[in-house]
Design a binder for this molecule. Sequence first.
Ligand code: NPW
Ligand code: K
Length: 566
Amino acid sequence: MEPLLTFSEITKLERRTQEDWGITGDALMESAGQALFHAIANDYPTMRSLVIFSGSGNNGADGLVLGRYAHNAGWAVRVVLLKEKGTELFQRNLTICKRMGITLEPLQSASAILEYCKAQGAGVLAIDALAGIGLKGEPRGVLRDGIQTLQRYCSIILSLDIPSGVGSPTWSGETETPSGTATGEEQDSWPTIRATRTYVLGCLKEETFHPQNRSAHGRITVLPIGFPRQEIQNLAQAHQISRDDGPAMTTGLRRDDFKNRRGRVGVAAGSVRYPGAGVLACRGSLAGGAGLVYSLTSSPHGRDPRLSEQIIPVPLDAHVSEAAIRTVLGELGLDALVIGPGRPPNTNLQAVGNQELMVAACELGIPLVIDAGGIQSLIEDIPLLDEICCRIPRRAPIILTPHLGEFRRLVQALETWTLREDIHFPGGSDSQKTPENLGQLHRQLLGTPRLLPDKARLIAQGLNLHLVVKSHITWICGPQPGKDFVFDGVTPELGFGGSGDILAGIIGAFLSRGALREPGHAAASGVIAHGTAGRWLVDQGRGYIDAEDLLEAVKITAHGLSAHEG
Ligand SMILES: NC(=O)C1=CN([C@@H]2O[C@H](COP(=O)(O)OP(=O)(O)OC[C@H]3O[C@@H](n4cnc5c(N)ncnc54)[C@H](OP(=O)(O)O)[C@@H]3O)[C@@H](O)[C@H]2O)[C@@H](O)CC1
Ligand SMILES: [K+]
């Protein structure tokens, strides 16, 4: 697991490193420049030529130190400067570069340099040291010109620390088509370098993993530069997870496990309109290792021939009373219940409503995975969200798995719910209508910049639930501070209808199998198993993958994640 820090936490880290540990800024920068040169020389063994675009802050200074090491090793080095005046570290290293006789040129002569780059063909590496974490807002003036020039003319761009222009973006989730499906992310309009690779200095940044920022980084390499590990760990609120983290977070099979002990998962999913979603969520649970899977539905998919052999149908019609729902759920002895894939948000004539199922499951202490239509039920009924999360005592864990569009709608619903007149909390005057925690969360959300991890954290902590915010970068935020995760391994091939239904089923399986103490680990393991399966299929050259391929691969990856008892 790699710790992640926000830009502002890194600024704190730099200060503490210097003031509390006595490691100077010069020492950090020297080790950064040295590490950069060795990494680049190693990654591009045939290259001997650098053109360094240097800003006037410490990111530019990193570029200058790298230039010194390359120059000493006999490389051809040219530096393009935005300004001659900058931070102390920049100034000091600029003086050293001058003394060493390294070619320094102003941005105005960039055209000549670019001719030089063209003449060198693919033999020159462009270094983006224009701006790092000190960028404030949209790039202006020479910085803007520098970013545009570098991006326009250079083919291999290596960014130092972060691609210049990447800042703390304004998050607005995804745009949506009239039918309600998410189509794409908002792109920042300001100029940003799109790097071939990014050499991250010291530690990973949360901002790198904001969905709209990640692709600007290209391939990522983290270079240690001497920050004390304890300080990084103390400050980190989130960690990047990968396949290797699976065994520590997953409960494997025991020698004496059998179907009743491997997790009993109920799946309330699918509808007449989306019958396949129910099938896929059930099969996702089986592929994720559940011992028994019950399909809680009366819609036709419950009788799907592909389910008949392994999935146990449990008829739950719309007219079933709340008491009967409780009895049925209680008798099944479920270890987890997945609600929502392919289900309408509101009660309809074909199936028992999401609301009744959620309340009954929470009262019975059954861990919940709420996806798709189940999430929409909560978005449309914030008091229900409040009831299941905060009003039912000693309830089991709840994991919500929204995609970016659903997450944005959830945030908006929580931010605006008090304005809706139709929401009424019984008892008390208008000012007392607001349940305490919901009201507090509402105020905090309004006071927070629109950044995905910040909002997700507030909601997870405020409502005591886990959120899996799905996109090509998946964020997993939980109620306990410091235990959030990011998974950066979702290939675009996983973006097909049904992939999310399978994921909900897999998470249900992991949640059912003893991850009660750490539901965040169940969510993370599910995300890893799903993402690793997609990657594995793509690496095998399987091209466009479908649900059948994915389910087969998940059986392998979900099994491989857990450490088994001999
Ligand atoms: N300190 C250390 O120990 C270590 C630091 N390290 C490195 O330092 C980096 C952070 O350096 P930093 O804080 O100096 O700022 P940086 O990213 O270079 O950019 C600021 C420059 O951009 C400018 N500028 C800003 N906003 C602008 C705008 N909107 N439009 C236009 N211009 C704008 C601003 O100019 P100004 O406006 O102040 O004239 C300034 O020149 C960090 O990412 C890492 O690479 C590592 O080596 C580890 C050790
Ligand atoms: K940069």
